[in-house]
Design a protein around this ligand. Structure first.
Ligand SMILES: *Cc1c(COP(=O)(O)O)cnc(C)c1O
Length: 370
């Protein structure tokens, strides 16, 4: 059966047709979310904007975060780009530097470095320091990723204090499971944090869920990433923090067709139509950042929830639009954000929302809106 309705062109603005795979970035929502965290946390807020601001586009995001106390990123390249966008604010380099030229670039551009390995202390001792630098000594409080063990701390602090160009030393630790109700690992980490606190330095312990779950010390520098984009692993609706999703990912219907009961859809033919149905092809696939998965989620068109059927392919995916009778070609579909909570999509796909937002690829246009 041909879908003759859609194959004729009803749209007069023919020349304006486009694939139109767009992520709308709502900068007022980002501002709002920062304010939510400022209400929740009395201490300073470090806005974590690594990985191109979690896929939201650093150039759109940085102006919306002008009320934060500092920024944090993962790599020196990210830090230098950020310094170009904000000349003054404190910037924290979460993995620190890997060689002397990176250390020199950090010093020259007033970027704070995290120190988690001996070679980074040796770099500070040997590099020709033209200006003062602030460092954050990372302590492994039980996650077993980056950081010195608590028992090494006295020695490392002594080594850092002997370096005259270090202006301020602060301490840093990181929770492994801040998104779950306090378990024994988190309890141990909190005990470690309290000990660090007693040493008399400023410190930074908590990420987004650390703040939302009340694991923070009231005067710490909280490091908030995902929550600024209105996403949280706690799920916003239930917890009522009032965070607003910053990204609405959209794609357009590029084709529709009617298929008969028994027809297979997509690579591998995994989806088999139970009844005659109408399907639509969207111009978004895993090369745009919608992950391939054995599991399936949903999208919304005009507010109506529509299941994704068959496997997501590189450039396209297919949805069930049997409930619609009208021409759909060129219609915008919400992939996530707005009335498609990204937390729900992540849950359906057995992924985490971090991986979804950070997976957005270059060919998706990022359009800032207010
Ligand atoms: C990415 C990162 C954060 C931010 O975590 P969110 O859960 O996104 O708030 C905080 N601290 C460190 C060390 C990180 O790597």
């Amino acid at each position: 059966m041909a879908d003759s309705k859609d194959s004729t062109n009803h749209n007069p603005s023919h020349s304006q047709r486009a694939r139109g795979t767009i992520a709308y970035i709502n900068t007022s929502h980002i501002k709002h979310n920062l304010n939510v965290f400022k209400q929740l946390h009395a201490g300073k807020i470090i806005a974590v904007v690594k990985a191109d601001a979690y896929g939201h586009g650093i150039t759109h995001v940085v102006p919306a975060l002008s009320d934060c106390d500092a920024f944090a990123v993962a790599t020196i390249e990210e830090a230098l780009e950020l310094r170009g966008l904000d000349a003054n604010k404190k910037i924290l380099l979460l993995e620190g530097v890997f060689n002397s030229s990176e250390m020199e670039a950090a010093i020259e551009n007033e970027i704070d470095v995290v120190i988690h390995q001996d070679y980074q202390i040796r770099l500070l001792e040997t590099v020709d320091l033209s200006a003062d630098i602030d460092v954050w000594l990372k302590v492994d409080s039980g996650m077993n990723r980056l950081g010195f063990r608590p028992e090494e701390l006295d020695l490392k602090l002594a080594e850092l204090k002997a370096i005259s160009s270090i202006q301020t030393i602060r301490l840093m630790a990181h929770f492994a499971s801040s998104e779950v109700a306090i378990d024994s690992q988190t309890k141990d980490q909190i005990i470690c944090n309290k000990k660090l606190k007693s040493l008399g330095y400023e410190y930074s312990f908590s990420n987004t869920c650390g703040v939302l779950n009340g694991l923070t010390e009231h005067d710490e520098w909280a490091r908030v990433g995902l929550g600024l984009f209105g996403v949280s692993q706690l799920g916003n609706d239930e917890t009522g923090f009032g965070l607003k999703p910053a990204m609405r990912l959209t794609a357009k219907v590029i084709a529709t067709k009617f298929i008969n009961a028994g027809s297979h859809v997509g690579y591998g033919g995994h989806f088999v139509a139970k009844n005659d149905m109408r399907i639509a092809v969207l111009g978004i696939g895993y090369a745009d950042g919608y992950p391939w998965s054995e599991y399936s989620s949903f999208v919304r068109l005009d507010g109506i929830r529509l299941p994704i059927i068959g496997r997501v392919s590189m450039d396209m995916m297919t949805i069930d639009v049997s409930v619609f009778k009208q021409n759909l070609t060129g219609k915008e579909v919400t992939i996530w954000g707005d009335d498609v909570p990204i937390e729900a999509v992540a849950n359906d796909l057995n992924l985490i929302p971090y991986a979804l937002v950070c997976g957005i690829k270059n060919r998706v246009k990022l359009n800032a809106i207010q």
